[in-house]
Write a protein that binds this ligand. Structure first.
Ligand code: GRG
Length: 310
């Protein structure tokens, strides 16, 4: 098992080194916890699940969930089950997104897509199992009061449903080249990508006991960061010809050009930083620093491959 490295271009200063150290520590915490949920050598379905979950990944959404919990005054451990659940769901969406019926992708993060290794049936079932395990894990959280857990389950259902990931993905796969307007593209990005970022952060904040104005500010940060992340992902794909898949028609760079995409990215990220700074809370260095990583879109995943289009 190799886990992704969160790296960026070299920066001077011990604050930046400390930032990267904390990111890495959180990443390892999540990867170790995920590894324990699905034992190796337990049959073909479990192997496919491990392939989806543990082969690589930046663990960005769970890191944000843990950090939002700490920012809100909680212990990161209180949000660990939720963070793992969110990563299971994220990985499940990537497996289904790569299927021939959706994006028909051959590779993901430089490796063959899961259905090419384990077959389509097991890829579908691995995704289904990850989704169910995620909710089971979240529902069994014992570290926080029960109403925070039911609140988190409700939030996550909203983020994944018809006005969230499923709805956004439907809009995306049904799009035809030529009928994608800027408004429609923003809508797709908001639902299919940003809603899970927002949920990860809000759930972390609520697990940590954030008050209403803190939750509101973090929700805004999450939504802006998620939209920025998808543009950053599109910019990365524009540089990587291998990432273009047959069904892809909605890419921000195709519609707005590289300069337009970079301008929008900068704007969204600076609004995200303002949102986090608009309320009192804990140390926001990591949350602010993540916006810089998204700006540079210089994530490396394990063996030096950039992330595949999603
Ligand atoms: C869960 C009900 C339900 C439906 C899922 C398949 C689907 C519906 C949605 C797909 C949405 C999708 C693929 C969004 C793309 C988001 C994105 C930019 C992913 C790339 O994320 P990274 O780079 O991935 O964080 P790593 O590889 O680092 O884990």
């Amino acid at each position: 098992m190799s886990s992704a490295d969160l790296t960026t271009s070299p920066h001077e200063g011990s604050a930046h080194i400390e930032f990267l150290r904390r990111l890495h520590e959180r990443q390892q915490l999540v990867t170790r916890a995920l590894d324990e949920h699905f034992p190796a050598g337990a049959g073909p379905l479990m192997d496919a699940i491990r392939g989806a979950l543990l082969a690589d990944g930046k663990r960005l959404r769970p890191i944000l969930c843990l950090e939002a919990c700490q920012w809100s005054g909680g212990s990161p451990q209180a949000a660990l089950p939720a963070a793992c659940a969110i990563e299971m769901i994220h990985k499940m969406t990537l497996v289904h997104d790569d299927l021939p019926a959706m994006d028909d992708a051959q590779t993901r993060n430089g490796r063959p897509a899961l259905h090419r290794v384990h077959g389509e049936a097991l890829a579908i079932l691995a995704g289904d199992a990850l989704l169910v395990h995620a909710f089971g894990l979240l529902a069994s959280t014992r570290e926080v009061p029960a109403e925070r857990v039911t609140g988190a389950i409700t939030r996550l259902c909203q983020a994944l449903g018809t006005a969230g990931l499923a709805g956004g993905q439907a809009l995306d796969v049904l799009s035809q080249a030529g009928d994608v307007t800027p408004e429609k593209l923003d809508h797709v990005h908001t639902w299919k990508t940003a809603s899970l970022f927002e949920a990860a952060i809000v759930i972390g904040a609520e697990m940590g006991g954030a008050n209403a104005s803190q939750v509101e500010a973090l929700a805004r940060y999450g939504m802006l960061l998620g939209r920025a992340f998808q543009i950053s992902d599109d910019l990365q794909d524009a540089q990587d010809t291998q990432a273009v898949t047959p069904h892809e028609v909605t890419n921000y760079v195709q519609l707005h050009g590289v300069e337009g995409a970079r301008r929008k990215l900068r704007e969204l990220l600076s609004q995200a930083v303002s949102a986090i700074r608009s309320v009192q809370g804990g140390d926001s260095q990591l949350l602010a620093g993540i916006t810089e990583l998204v700006w540079e879109h210089s994530w490396s995943t394990g063996e030096g491959h950039h992330g595949h289009h999603a």
